[in-house]
Design a protein around this ligand. Structure first.
Ligand SMILES: [Zn+2]
Ligand SMILES: [Zn+2]
Length: 399
């Protein structure tokens, strides 16, 4: 594939892709509810000669069949769902649905993969192998795990390698970040309920105050990592909600905390969970309150194959120069269900920086976040170069 020509071709469809991205942004859909999104993707693919198949209910995948050759099959993945949150921007294409918004940029990832589909279709005679495009529903949150469903339904049958990307506004626009091994965290979400004895605010001696116990618990939980590990760290524990009481003169009966634990390898996960439970039972005994926890096990650690990570690194350097490519600040402590694709096949997941100059660009999941459309051509070129690299027989070797 001549990439100077590919750049021209990408430029020619950029405005169409931006319009499509804004349309998806305006009509966001939650995990496993992406019915309209699925239709938009299907229509685009069919108009470029693909025959998409539905997968995981509201997802789909499509194969580019080369006109000659039967080499390996490389898969590219985009996530397509939105988040259950309100949009606070005044963008002309802001969400028309209260409580639903594309605040992680999956609208942009979808536009990138659709643009890649259009470019690859123009060059299919030159490709000595196969490409599968995976449009995955339900990446976000507790209702997520669309990747697991697609793998279970056989969406990777015949696939040799999988690649995926995510925009990330903390890092400079267009920078590519990738590393071999652990790339993103295993996430455990916890809820803790403390049950004491409520009463009049003037009579603490007759109560067992769950607010005081919960306050100590929040503080004690800060030591799970800081005192449970040495300099190597290995986990992040954050309490992200604290709820108790309704008025200023009643000691309530209950308090509730919730948060997440993030870790990158099984021994650290076991250690942090063990310390977490010890702290809970200690606070329970100290304050005479009942402490009940529920822990939800999230996506596994996203492990990049070293050979596939090297593919991303080398094509990114060829495209944009070595100064734009690094593994700084990785692994990242977010969770990502691409981990299921990476468990099933050698894979690599990478980030595209999206920080605008010196500006404090809103990060993913912030109510003011919006995907930066300038990443659309960057993502398409990288995906196209990855496909070319893999199908033109370059070796898969670690760095
Ligand atoms: Zn997200
Ligand atoms: Zn995301």
């Amino acid at each position: 594939m001549p990439f100077s020509q590919v750049r021209e071709e990408i430029r020619a469809i950029q405005s169409e892709l931006v319009a499509l991205r804004h349309d998806l942004h305006k009509h966001p859909e939650l995990g496993f509810e992406e019915v309209r999104t699925q239709q938009v993707i299907r229509a685009w693919l069919e108009s470029r000669g693909y025959t998409p198949k539905d997968s995981a209910g509201t997802g789909l995948y499509a194969d580019l069949k080369p006109t000659h050759g039967s080499g390996p099959m490389v898969a590219l993945r985009a996530d397509i769902d939105c988040l259950p949150m309100h949009e606070l921007t005044d963008l002309p294409y802001r969400s028309v649905h209260a409580g639903r918004a594309h605040k992680c940029g999956h609208d942009g990832h979808t536009a990138i993969l659709l643009g890649t589909a259009a470019i690859l279709a123009r060059h299919k005679d030159e490709l000595p192998g196969n490409v599968r495009l995976l449009f995955q529903p339900a990446e976000e949150g507790v209702r997520g795990g669309g990747a697991r469903v697609m793998v279970a339904e056989g969406a990777l049958e015949g696939v040799s390698e999988v690649y995926g990307l995510h925009n990330w506004p903390a890092w400079p626009l267009g920078d590519v970040r990738v590393k071999a091994g652990a790339m993103m965290a295993q996430v455990h979400a916890f809820e803790i309920e403390l049950i004491g004895k409520g009463g009049h605010g003037s009579q603490p001696q007759l109560c067992r105050d769950p607010i005081v116990a919960a306050s100590h618990l929040v503080t004690a939980l800060q030591t799970v990592v800081s005192r449970g590990f040495g300099y190597e760290g290995g986990a992040v524990l954050s309490v992200c909600s604290f709820q108790a009481g309704t008025t200023n003169n009643v000691i309530p009966e209950r308090a509730k905390l919730s948060g997440t634990i993030r870790s990158f390898e099984p021994r650290a996960t076991a250690r942090v969970l063990e310390r977490f439970r010890q702290v809970l039972s200690g606070v329970s005994a100290s304050f005479g309150v009942e402490v009940n926890e529920t822990i939800e096990v999230g996506y596994p650690v996203l492990m990049n194959d070293s050979g596939c990570a090297e593919v991303v690194r080398r094509v990114a350097i060829e495209a944009f120069g070595a100064e734009r490519v690094s593994e700084a600040d990785l692994p990242m402590a977010g969770g990502e269900d691409f981990a299921y694709f990476a468990q099933a096949r050698p894979s690599a997941y990478f980030f595209l920086g999206a920080k605008r100059g010196e500006e404090d660009t809103p990060v993913c999941h912030h109510p003011d976040f919006d995907f930066d459309d300038r990443l659309i051509p960057v993502g398409i070129e990288l995906f196209s170069r990855i496909v070319w690299d893999r199908l033109s027989g370059r070796p898969l070797v670690g760095p």
